[in-house]
Each structure stands twice: as C-alpha cells, then as structure tokens.
Design a protein around this ligand. Structure first.
Ligand SMILES: Cc1cc2nc3c(=O)[nH]c(=O)nc-3n(C[C@H](O)[C@H](O)[C@H](O)COP(=O)(O)OP(=O)(O)OC[C@H]3O[C@@H](n4cnc5c(N)ncnc54)[C@H](O)[C@@H]3O)c2cc1C
Length: 337
C-alpha cells in the first residue's frame, strides 16, 4: 500500500528529517514490480531504500520511495562450499551471524556493517581486508524499465574499491532482488591481517583463530571505534579513501611523513581520508548539531537535531580544506538524496 507524505527520519541512520511524497514497503518481487509500474505510469521518480545506512537526506523527496524488505534465503550445500541465495531485505549483520553460527566462512570480517543485503554489492561493502566481491557468485536484478529479471555474474558486476556497475552504468536502472554468495564449509580462509583485528585476537591469546574468533574480534573493534547509529546519527565513512598518484604522495610526505598509504596499483596509492581530515583540524569538530566523530573524523555525525543540509555543508567545508592543504579532492561514499 502506498503511503503519502511519509516521514523518513527514522528510516535512515543519519536520522535527519525529510518527507517522501509517496512511500511503499515491499516484501515480495511481485509487489516490487507493481510499485515500479505505478511509478512509471505516474511518471514519478523512483528511489530505492534499503536499511538507509548509506544515504544522507538533504531535502523532501518528490518521489516514490520503494523500501526493499524482501526477506528469505535459499541454501545449496555442496561438499566443500555452500551457495546462499539471500533476498535483498535480509539484514546484512544477521546474515553474517547466521553464517558464523553455521560454520560458513567468508564474510565474518564484514560483521556489524549496517544495512540490507540488497545494497551490499552496490558499493562492494568491505572491512578488515575482505569485500563482498571476494565471495559473491551472482546478483539477481529487476530491470526498472522492462521489469524483467536477470542475473549478473561476479565479473559482470565490475567490482572495485567501494565501486561496482551499480554505481556506474546501472545506477538508477535496477532493483537488486537477491545476492548469491559462495561460502566455505571447511578449510576456511581466515583473514586477520588487519592490525586492529590481530591485536584484538592477541589480547585474548588466540593464535589460530576460527571464523567465530575473527567475527568476535571484528565486533569488539567496531563497537569500540565506531559510533552506534542508534545513539549518534551517522552513515559510517562519509568519504572514500582517495586513490592518488605516487608522485603526489611523495610530495605530501615531505610535510606529512606519517601519512598512512596502501598499495593500489603500479602508479597509484590509497591514502587514509581520516588522516587528511584530522590534519586540516577537523577531527572532533562540531558546528551546532553536526560534526565529525571525536575518534574517527571520517564519520560525520548528527548530534540529534541536525539536518541533511547542515551535514552536507560540513562535508563541503572538509572537501575544500583537504583540497587546499593536500591537493586531493575527497569523494563521498554516502549517497546524497
Ligand atoms: C556505523 C556504520 C558503519 C558502516 N561501516 C561500513 C563498512 O565497514 N564498510 C562498508 O562498505 N560500508 C559501511 N557502512 C555503509 C553501509 O552500511 C553500507 O553501504 C550498506 O551496504 C548500505 O546498506 P543499506 O541497505 O543501508 O543501503 P541504503 O542506505 O538504504 O541505500 C544505499 C544505496 O543503495 C541503493 N539501494 C539500496 N537497496 C537497493 C536494492 N535492493 N536495489 C538497488 N539499489 C538499492 C539506494 O538507492 C542507495 O543509493 C557503514 C554504515 C554505518 C552507519
């Protein structure tokens, strides 16, 4: 059923106010098809909402918001692997917990990432050395124009760092209805190369961690380092870590020798956006009801009564300061609506 003048404040993790002219929660593919059809007939722009953890609402929406809440999952167990086909409305962290409880390896490092499964391939969610692209077999889509269903393989999704075909040529053209992941039943590839995770395991004297150990370590680290959106409105990292030419890094290192950098390809490196923001004096910065988090400046926060416009203004200030100090243009990871 389509609702009119729907208040979206509680439907995104930034908890900023905005109203959608029309809104519909869908729980089946057929319902999704009907809503897409209505938007087409009414010539209304269609906006797809999942868990709302990667969206900043900056204004009221003259759109029909389709809230993808299609639940359910299919399991195909083989000798050494299990193929899980998970519908778009399943909560990502509950899927990760399910996998760990059932000894399925591959996504334990992605614990506690908010949001729904359907959005996970869009920015190729990643954390602590793992991305969904590492285990994703295929994505099933509804074409918003023809309403036909089709499937893309991993390579057809063109995954990159926080990037995929869904942010490029298919942006705004498809609804992701399910995601298939290929997980290990045994001989799990345990990844605890990230310093924070390794230190957490060391703290508990764990030398040969299981997937459950890695999961618990990631949960502890994230709880310690990142603000809980239910307490302090935010959408995780607001900016991507920029990829810059090695020559620019060398120039920056003359003044900032401790800048963290990671190999990207032969010519480019990825640098920590948090370092850049901290070094333009914006760590823990607060302007009225919005600011940057005191421990993690990459996370912009709403202290309670902030608006999307105020968050966006702060983002622009940060972009300008980083550009003038480092010559780097930060790009947003969060979707601005
Ligand atoms: C505290 C916190 C920590 C976070 N940590 C991480 C992290 O470690 N790594 C990481 O990668 N991300 C992180 N994020 C970002 C976010 O959780 C992910 O990007 C998540 O996948 C977004 O899912 P969602 O369902 O909330 O998407 P939404 O915010 O609802 O939507 C995001 C975008 O996807 C589109 N979309 C959503 N569902 C569909 C669908 N079914 N079909 C087509 N388009 C769709 C929307 O239109 C929108 O453009 C974090 C966010 C928070 C708040």
């Amino acid at each position: 059923m389509i609702e009119h003048h729907k208040d979206l404040t509680s439907l995104t993790t930034f908890h900023v106010p905005a109203v959608a002219e029309q809104y519909c929660k869908v729980t089946t593919i057929d319902e999704a098809r009907s809503v897409i059809q209505i938007a087409k007939e009414q010539k209304k722009s269609l906006k797809i909402l999942g868990g709302g953890s990667n969206i900043l609402l900056t204004k009221d929406l003259n759109s029909l918001v389709l809230h993808t809440c299609i639940d359910g999952m299919k399991t195909e167990v083989n000798t050494s692997t299990t193929l899980l086909t998970v519908n778009a409305g399943v909560e990502w962290h509950s899927l990760v917990s399910y996998c760990v409880e059932n000894s399925l390896g591959g996504i334990e490092n992605l614990a506690l990432i908010p949001g729904f499964v359907g959005a996970a391939p869009i920015q190729n969610i990643g954390a602590y050395g793992v991305e969904i692209a590492d285990v994703l077999e295929s994505v099933t889509l509804l074409d918003l124009n023809t309403l036909e269903q089709y499937t893309l393989s991993n390579s057809e999704c063109k995954f990159g760092y926080r990037d995929s075909i869904f942010k490029r040529s298919l942006a705004g053209k498809v609804l992701i209805v399910s995601v298939s992941l290929l997980l290990t039943n045994t001989n799990h590839k345990i990844n605890y190369s990230y310093k924070d995770v390794a230190l957490e395991l060391e703290l508990h004297s764990i030398n040969t961690p299981t997937i459950a150990d890695v999961f618990s370590a990631v949960v502890s680290v994230r709880k310690r380092k990142l603000p809980d959106p239910n307490v302090l409105g935010n959408a995780g990292s607001f900016f991507k870590n920029p990829v810059i030419p090695k020559t620019l890094l060398e120039e920056i290192q003359r003044q900032f020798p401790t800048i963290p950098s990671y190999k990207y390809d032969d010519e480019n490196v990825k640098v920590a956006a948090a370092f850049l923001i901290e070094n333009v004096g914006m760590k823990g910065y607060r302007s009225n009801e919005v600011g940057t988090h005191i421990h993690q400046p990459l996370v912009l926060v709403n202290y309670g009564n902030g608006t999307g416009g105020e968050v966006l203004e702060l983002a622009h200030t940060i972009i300008e300061k980083v550009k003038s100090t480092f010559g780097i243009t930060l790009q947003t990871e969060v979707n601005i609506w």
